[in-house]
Design a protein around this ligand. Structure first.
Ligand code: SAH
Length: 377
């Protein structure tokens, strides 16, 4: 999964822009500007809870086109004491997206007459410095940090296990004589089995009994560990939004190309691979990594955006827009908060928006000193 998505030559994310109607899949920030704006409201509330620090790292993991950060900064640009405290750090593995993000963020290199001072890149949307990194570990530590991970965890590689008569066996990928791929079961325990055992310890026996198949994501456990340690020592919090379950995930790995599900082995590197996020495992990993953090949620995206006031935002935007913009605002709103059933949808049935409101879950990991973050009270 890791190779298919992030191989430096042929990885799905590495060479181009895969998002939006023209691409392979669409994400919430691409659906409506309101998504990034509401995440901005969340970040500002947390910054207040931290005590309005003068310096704050705002980190986004896997920013895609940079749309969420563009909307967040544009929305927050009037709140000068917040934006002046920020240093934005984007953690991105794709060189193509690293090129696109500064364009969308309207970045420019700061003029500096002093040759001894390193030149900074500033986004003109809010006047804040922006830096790029390949991993969270490279983001400088020592000041309060807010981390946003939207549709990042689902791209981390999972290991699948299947129950057999000899116990849990890892499902591995084999190359057949005609050079196609097939699954085989490991003859004995594999290194990832350690993570399976760890995950099973966090689950109730009844939860495991009924499962013939389990997915674990060691990279998600490690990343959560790093996040919790950072938040525990530097202060701040992390917001994780993704599709997933609040419990053990059985069999969710899927491939999507041009908005359609395809076979995982069909031309790897040309379709997105993603898996459900196991939010219970994220919670246990965070608590295990640091006694200084508390974990909140998951709640549904609909509850998260609703409690932050997205309905007031849509009303305000609708006051001052063209009929075409109003249509796209309404559709975007229902896609973000609806459940696919969309009982409140007043348009034609065949245009009922895909509901992201209940499929996507939001979880926060914060430094205990800061109390419970909005809107998780
Ligand atoms: N958050 C964006 C994009 C989600 S897609 C949105 O919601 O629209 C996943 C993003 O994570 C892409 O930008 C991809 O290039 C990046 N990514 C995936 N795996 C990564 C890894 N291991 N390290 C750094 N970035 C990664």
């Amino acid at each position: 999964m890791e190779e298919v998505l992030t191989n430096p030559k042929a990885g799905f994310y590495i060479n181009g822009d895969v998002f939006g109607a023209e691409g392979d899949f669409i994400t919430s920030p691409e659906v409506s500007q309101m998504f990034g704006e509401m995440v901005g409201v969340w970040a500002m509330c947390l910054w207040e809870q931290i005590g309005q620090p003068k310096r704050l790292n705002l980190v986004e993991l896997g920013p895609g086109r940079g749309t969420l950060m563009v909307d967040l900064l544009r929305g927050a640009s009037k709140f000068k004491s917040f934006t002046e405290s920020l240093h934005v750090h984007l953690v991105e593995c794709s060189p193509a997206l690293q090129k696109l993000q500064p364009q969308n963020l309207k970045c420019m290199d700061e003029d500096s007459t002093n040759e001894n001072v390193e030149k900074r890149t500033i986004t003109t949307l809010a006047g804040t410095p922006v830096s790029w990194h390949a991993a969270l570990e490279q983001v400088p530590s020592g000041i309060p940090t807010i981390i946003i991970a939207h549709e990042f965890y689902d791209a981390l590689p999972v290991h699948q296990f299947q129950r057999a008569s000899r116990g849990w066996c890892e499902k591995l990928v084999d190359v057949t004589e005609d050079s196609s791929f097939r699954y085989v079961l490991s003859p004995q325990a594999t290194p990832a089995t350690l993570f399976l055992m760890k995950r099973c310890k966090w689950a109730a026996a009844e939860e495991l009994e009924k499962l013939g198949h389990i997915e674990v994501c060691p990279k998600a456990m490690e990343l959560t560990n790093t996040i919790a340690k950072r938040i525990g020592s530097d202060g701040g919090g992390a917001l994780i939004i993704d599709y997933g379950l609040n419990g053990v995930v059985s069999d969710s790995l899927q491939a999507i190309r041009k908005h359609k599900f395809v076979n995982i082995f069909d031309n790897p590197g040309t379709a997105d691979l993603s898996a459900y996020v196991d939010f219970a495992s994220v919670r246990h990993s965070a608590k295990e990594a640091s006694v200084n953090v508390s974990v909140h949620g998951p709640i549904t995206q609909s509850q998260f955006l609703g409690s932050l006031g997205i309905n007031f935002r849509v009303e305000a935007l609708l006051q001052n827009c063209t009929e075409e913009q109003a249509e796209s605002l309404r559709t975007g709103y229902w896609r973000l908060v609806g459940d696919g059933e969309a009982p409140f949808w007043e348009g034609p049935d065949d245009q009922t928006p895909i509901g992201m409101g209940t499929r996507y879950l939001a979880m926060a990991i914060v430094n205990k000193k800061q109390g419970v973050p909005v809107p998780f009270q």
